[in-house]
Design a protein around this ligand. Structure first.
Ligand code: F6P
Length: 357
């Protein structure tokens, strides 16, 4: 009997989503008789019955294509069970529409929020298989997520380009990188781009330590410095605050982001000229790197094997280069942050990189 497979992409987009969609589709068509239903704009499409039955031809040419052909949106987990002004029971609508679409299973491609929503639907009795996408690389249970390597490539190129102009102008340049609460992008791009100082949320920084490192470097004859700063970087003082207090303080902060505050502090204390560069959503844009194309294809094809075996309620993971599936209830709500013993931190320290601690 023909199997009907629903597929959606949710949360922030990233390079590799289309390659993963293609992986799921091609491997499924090859293994069993099926029809693929593309749900538009993430869970929003499932709530509002917005979908399109896909033709096999629509999965061609996707390996290199950035973004997501299905569209995406953010549907926060904490609001899922809330009835808002539109009076819609979102969870009920999703369950009903899954039935109405006669789906055998639903494949959800997304990050942490998506995994929480996917687990909620699993609890509601739906057959779910999740795929780990995010540039942040912070999904628990997998060594790497697709989108991450492409973002690191882009971030590294930014740091490389900043190097030459920082050198010409004798400036301290801060490059602020995405990653939400995780420092994976700044850590990897910072090491790859030879940043002098890397600041990540997992290692709260002391301004004095940063000033000390800059003074030491500049007095040794180096006239410029590069800082790779995670958007979520925090000071040691801020690290003592409760989540809500920190959020409040940040909302009141007169700077657009943490890098601007730090740039002003460095300029005021050391008299060095500072500049801030924020590549922002460029880190999520464009064609996936070859690494991400390969990873997304592997994970997508593995998801198809799971569909073939009716192995539901799990997210596809890669651990020690082996494909795996982790139960959704284990993944949902947990973050994979940079461990203080991560080899890149000790390596960075060995080659003279400061982490502001
Ligand atoms: O989760 C991916 C991510 O790009 C984070 O690194 C960043 O904090 C956030 O999404 C930005 O979200 P938005 O696209 O909604 O501005």
């Amino acid at each position: 009997m023909k199997r009907r497979i629903g597929i959606l992409t949710s949360g922030g987009d990233c390079p590799g989503l289309n390659a993963a969609i293609r992986g799921v589709a091609r491997a499924s068509y090859g293994m069993f008789d099926c029809e693929i239903v593309g749900i538009k704009d993430g869970f929003k499409g499932l709530i509002h019955y917005d979908y399109q039955v896909m033709m096999p031809i629509e999965f061609s040419g996707l390996l290199v294509r950035g973004g997501t052909i299905l569209g995406t949106s953010r549907t926060p987990f904490k609001k899922m069970r809330k009835i808002e002004k539109d009076n819609i029971d979102k969870v009920k609508c999703m369950v009903d529409n899954y039935e109405k679409l006669n789906l055998d299973c639903l494949i959800t491609l997304g990050g942490n929020g998506t995994h929480k929503n996917a687990n909620l639907l699993r609890e509601e009795g739906l057959n779910i298989i999740a795929l780990p996408k995010t540039i942040d690389n912070d999904i628990w249970g997998t060594d790497v997520t697709f989108g991450f390597h492409s973002a690191v490539d882009i971030a590294t190129e930014v740091i490389d380009r900043i190097h030459t102009t920082a050198d010409s102008h004798d400036r301290v340049m801060l490059v602020e990188l995405m990653g939400h609460k995780a420092g994976w992008i700044a850590l990897n791009a910072g090491i790859a781009g030879g940043a002098d100082i890397i600041l990540i949320p997992e290692i709260p920084y002391s301004l004095d330590k940063i000033l000390g490192s800059l003074e030491k470097r500049h007095s040794s004859g180096k006239d410029f410095s590069i800082l790779a700063v995670s958007e979520g970087a925090i000071t040691t003082k801020e690290s003592l605050l409760k989540k809500k207090e920190l959020k409040k303080q940040r909302e009141k902060m007169k700077y657009p982001s943490v890098s601007y505050r730090l740039a002003e502090e460095i300029n005021k204390k050391l008299g060095l000229e500072t500049r801030v560069t924020i590549p922002g959503h460029q880190q999520r844009g464009g064609s996936p790197s070859p690494y991400d194309r390969v990873l997304a294809t592997k994970l997508g094809a593995y998801a198809a094997e799971m569909i073939a075996n009716r192995d539901y309620g799990k997210t596809v993971s890669i651990v020690n280069n082996k494909l795996w599936a982790t139960p959704l209830e284990e993944v949902a709500g947990k973050l994979k942050l940079v461990d203080k013993n991560n080899i890149l931190i000790s390596t960075g320290k060995l080659v003279g990189t400061s982490f502001g601690d």
